[in-house]
Design a protein around this ligand. Structure first.
Ligand SMILES: C[S@@+](CC[C@H](N)C(=O)[O-])C[C@H]1O[C@@H](n2cnc3c(N)ncnc32)[C@H](O)[C@@H]1O
Length: 316
């Protein structure tokens, strides 16, 4: 409402300092972001990570580089400068994909890249390693859907481990261009990538396994999104998400996200579930059993070790 107009109507307009919300001075002023206000409040609370589900404990084996990166088939005809040009055209990269010789999509000598490599190797074993183990003898008859596949890391990883077919889709054409380039580079043929928004992804088809990794906190309707995951899935889904540790079933609303970045959502606002909120969302969707997949690793992955990122197995 326009304040001048309200004043004209003689409504009682109170200044923010009259509000008693328990926040420190200035925290509700218009020049801080929702994230800054949340973190200021959160820094004064102690909420230890909760563990409320039956869990699978996985002894994490990091493979450096992951097995699918160890083969190069599709771009053997290219000279090194030609390959480097193609990789440069697809910049920016979020992960170090091994290309050829000592050439990777990112500079692996930097500590930051080494950390990214270590984290994705952890997630590869936690998520794809567990899925393959659960599938056992059914791997070769399994179709997988990877929602919000980004550059295709998980699609390529699971495809290379012998499932029948993988479909990956993502909002951003630039991400899908990378995923297709990588599939060709590594000669992985049992995967298709397409550009789509989850909100428009309507399908009669079901996939045996649905990977819902790092997307729950990007969509504007998380309940509907989880119901969609359930409906697209024939056997089980793996849901990997940021969670907040307040011991209530809730979502925290954050603004000011930069949607020009390749890993963000469509909107510059996003809803982050609490741990209990994520579990309740999965149950709401209809899944009959929910487990947590925990990884025992040295070194640990900081986010999972602190309980700020969780991986759930949801059985249809
Ligand atoms: C944080 S990244 C996660 C990438 C990968 N799945 C992983 O776990 O590492 C989120 C990805 O979801 C995609 N995404 C976000 N909102 C989407 C939407 N509404 N429809 C399709 N993809 C979306 C983004 O483009 C981005 O690639």
């Amino acid at each position: 409402m326009d304040v001048n107009r309200a004043t004209e109507l003689a409504l009682p307009v109170m200044s923010t300092d009259r509000m008693t919300s328990g926040v420190a001075d200035g925290e509700l002023s218009g020049d801080t972001t929702s994230q800054e206000r949340y973190h200021a409040w959160r820094s004064r609370q102690k909420f230890p990570a909760e563990y409320l589900l039956p869990h699978i404990m996985r002894q994490i084996q990091r493979r450096n580089p992951p097995a699918f990166m160890q083969q190069v088939r599709g771009h053997l005809g290219l000279s090194m400068p030609e390959l480097q040009n193609k990789v440069r055209e697809l910049n920016p990269w979020l992960l170090p994909f091994h290309m050829r010789g000592d050439f990777d999509t990112m500079d692996t000598r930097s500590a930051q890249t080494a950390e990214k490599a270590s984290r994705i190797q952890f997630r590869s074993d936690l998520i794809v390693g567990t899925a393959i183990e659960l599938l056992g003898g059914d791997v070769a008859e399994t179709d997988v859907l990877d929602i919000g596949c980004n550059d295709g890391f998980f699609s390529l990883d699971v495809a290379h481990r012998g499932v029948r077919h993988v479909d990956g889709f993502d909002l951003r054409p630039t991400n899908i261009a990378k995923a297709r380039f990588l599939a060709t580079h590594y000669g992985i043929g049992n995967v298709d990538f397409s550009v789509a928004d989850v909100d428009d992804f309507e399908h009669e088809h079901q996939w045996d396994v649905v990977l819902n990794l790092g997307v729950l906190y990007h969509v504007v309707n998380p309940l509907q999104f989880m119901r969609q995951t359930y409906e697209l899935c024939r056997r089980f889904a793996i849901i990997d998400t940021i969670v907040h540790s307040e011991p209530i079933s809730a979502y925290v609303l954050f603004g000011d996200k930069n949607v020009d970045l390749p890993a963000e959502g469509r909107e510059d606002w996003e809803l982050h579930p609490t741990y209990r909120g994520a579990i309740d969302t999965i149950r709401y969707a209809g899944f009959s059993e929910v487990y947590e997949i925990l990884g025992d690793a040295d070194p640990p992955h900081e986010l999972y070790a602190r309980g700020n990122r969780r991986c759930f197995l949801a059985i249809r």
